[in-house]
Design a binder for this molecule. Structure first.
Ligand SMILES: Cc1cc2nc3c(=O)[nH]c(=O)nc-3n(C[C@H](O)[C@H](O)[C@H](O)COP(=O)(O)OP(=O)(O)OC[C@H]3O[C@@H](n4cnc5c(N)ncnc54)[C@H](O)[C@@H]3O)c2cc1C
Length: 560
């Protein structure tokens, strides 16, 4: 429910203050919150709190005669932050001159003579009129989290990305362009070096917070509730989410551990058009939101943002250790850690990552790209999808493609879409050779791979999609992987020279289809050697893995 706008009465005379508070509450208490302060200074203090919580003041009702700060002096300060609030001065007959001067000085709306009895005649008609006027232009304030930062700060970018991917509504306030951002920073007494700032609806704030601190504050689950699980899923992309849904719905005590935000790579996709059952496509964020709700409904614990650092075997248990040292014990593990983007290597790029150079779609940046010229590096589907997405906000989108055409790496439907979008331009046979800029990207140098010719062009946003590497290095050799780090499972596991036995496998039975070289540790999705790298295949593998996990648990004598 939206917070009610505020009527603030200020008077140092306790009796008058009580009377005005009583009369206002009686008539307006259902629609407005009536607050009172016994001096100008304490009223300004209250206003500071209200500003931090993003609350709106509809009306000030202030006594002119207060010894330390007169009503007019208070209003002069209060209207700086609340210029739209209506202003009423409570006066005695002798104050009439001051009240008339205040009409100009603080654009006073009304001065009311004490006493105002009966309120039905002397008070409410006036206040009604003012509040009606105020309501006409009132827009309810944003009541969620506000993030104040620099557009070009990489930490600000990460924080916004984190909130957006966790479906936490927030309002972004750019310190360079928005007065509100400067005002809030001043009120908190923070300096520019302590940005980004996160302000919560309860008026509290965090300076330069880690994602974990924000997660704790907004109530994301960062601690396992049970001492022991049947199934721990590592990674919350489509494969992990599917396994969580199937595992929990089939009675396994299931927890899913995700280091950033559920959705994985799919969560960064602006539009997934080839996922069965969604003929108009759906955004990755939407898919993630639905999957998270479904997994929770079946009782999966979703622990985020937590990162798994290692797995230890303590037969028959598997013990998962998080980077903060916490250990969680389970019967079976599913690794669904997917892949991360390959870094583009060229001078200047690393220093500007998050400040104009972004990996993945970085959908949170879309608004900042309005009317700008955007560059996208890569020629596969993810790059094509982003080009189409950014073409709706940017002035132009230029795709920089290393190969000679898109057809080798991109689906035909996307090639056709790109072809039909007038503000997307495709430059093939070229690479980014350098990036330039002090605190944010300003120019890139593009090199033609055929001729070696170089051209430097202004550029403020460069999105990179040039392939990916599996997130498996943390396993540190625990399970067999191919030479690129993708996890081997089932029929892909290395066998002895006669091809009879899986190397190092001790059990009588063969490894299950998605089981790794360690019994009870399974893999699904993009992290698996030979996987198809699609949402649907990841979802399918997550679901299939659960059926083998049941068989594994049955073999241990654990039935679900
Ligand atoms: C921009 C973009 C657009 C795409 N569009 C499409 C499309 O239209 N159609 C399609 O079919 N496919 C598309 N794909 C591919 C698809 O998104 C992937 O194939 C799919 O997301 C793979 O799912 P996954 O669960 O295996 O891994 P991921 O989605 O990579 O998820 C892995 C998760 O594991 C987490 N993780 C990693 N390591 C750890 C750790 N140590 N501890 C805890 N958590 C960890 C990561 O944070 C991540 O959330 C797209 C990909 C991208 C990037």
């Amino acid at each position: 429910m939206a917070a009610r706008p505020i009527l603030l009465c200020v008077d140092d005379d306790a009796e008058v203050l009580r009377a005005i508070d009583r009369d206002l509450r009686q008539e307006y208490g259902a629609r407005y919150r009536v607050l009172r302060a016994d001096s100008g200074a304490s009223a300004l203090d209250t206003l500071r709190q209200l500003t931090l919580r993003g609350e709106m003041v509809a009306l000030f009702l202030v006594d002119q005669r207060m010894p330390r700060m007169s009503g007019v002096e208070f209003l002069e300060q209060a209207i700086v932050d609340y210029p739209d609030a209506k202003r009423v001065l409570l006066t005695a007959y002798a104050d009439t001159d001051a009240a008339i001067r205040a009409i100009n000085a603080v654009k006073l709306d009304y001065y009311l003579l004490k006493p105002w009895d009966p309120p039905e005649e002397q008070l409410y008609p006036i206040i009604n009129d003012l509040l009606e006027d105020w309501q006409a232009s009132y827009r309810p304030p944003f009541e969620g989290i506000r993030v104040v930062g620099h557009r070009w700060s990489s930490r600000s970018h990460q924080l916004r990305d984190y909130l957006a991917r966790n479906q936490i509504p927030f309002r972004w306030l750019d310190i360079e362009t928005q007065d509100e951002a400067r005002k809030l920073t001043e009120l908190i007494g923070a300096d520019l070096a302590s940005l980004p700032l996160v302000l919560f609806p309860d008026g509290s704030h965090l300076c330069q917070p880690e994602n974990r601190a924000v997660a704790d504050k907004i109530g994301l689950q960062t601690h396992a509730e049970l001492p022991f699980y049947d199934l721990l899923v590592i990674g919350g992309g489509p494969s992990g989410l599917a396994a969580a849904v199937y595992g929990a719905s089939e009675g396994l005590r299931t927890a899913m551990i995700e280091r950033e935000a559920p959705g994985g790579q799919a969560g960064m996709s602006s539009r997934i058009e080839n996922y069965l059952g969604f003929p108009a496509g759906l955004s990755g964020n939407d898919l993630a939101r639905r999957a998270v709700a479904q997994a929770r409904r079946f009782g999966t614990e979703i622990l985020t943002p937590l990162e798994v650092a290692s797995i230890r075997i303590d037969d028959p248990y598997r013990v998962v250790t998080l980077t903060d040292g916490t250990e969680i014990t389970c019967q079976a593990v599913l690794i669904a850690t997917g892949v991360t983007y390959t870094r583009l290597r060229a001078p200047g790029l690393d220093a500007l990552t998050g400040a104009g150079v972004y990996y993945g779609a970085a959908l949170t940046e879309a608004l900042s790209c309005q009317g700008q010229d955007v560059y996208i590096v890569g020629g596969a589907n993810s790059a094509g999808q982003s080009a189409v997405y950014f073409s709706t906000v940017a002035r132009t989108v230029t795709m920089l493609v290393r190969g000679e055409s898109l057809s080798a790496s991109m689906s035909q439907y996307l090639i056709d879409r790109i072809h039909d979008t007038p503000n997307i331009r495709v430059r093939t046979g070229c690479v980014v050779a350098e990036a330039h800029g002090d605190d944010h990207l300003e120019e890139i140098t593009i090199e033609d791979r055929g001729t070696g010719e170089r051209e430097t062009v202004p550029a403020f946003s460069l999105f990179v999609f040039i392939g990916a590497q599996p997130c498996t290095s943390w396993l540190d050799g625990l399970v067999a992987c191919d030479e690129r780090g993708f996890i081997l499972a089932g029929p892909d596991l290395p066998r002895d020279s006669r091809g009879k036995h899986v190397v190092g496998w001790q059990l009588d039975r063969e490894p299950y289809l998605l089981e790794t070289s360690v019994p009870g540790i399974f893999v699904a999705g993009d992290a698996r050697h030979g996987s198809v790298k699609r949402v649907a295949s990841g979802v399918g593998e997550g679901a299939i893995a659960v059926s083998f996990i049941h068989q594994y648990l049955a073999g241990l004598g654990v039935g679900a």
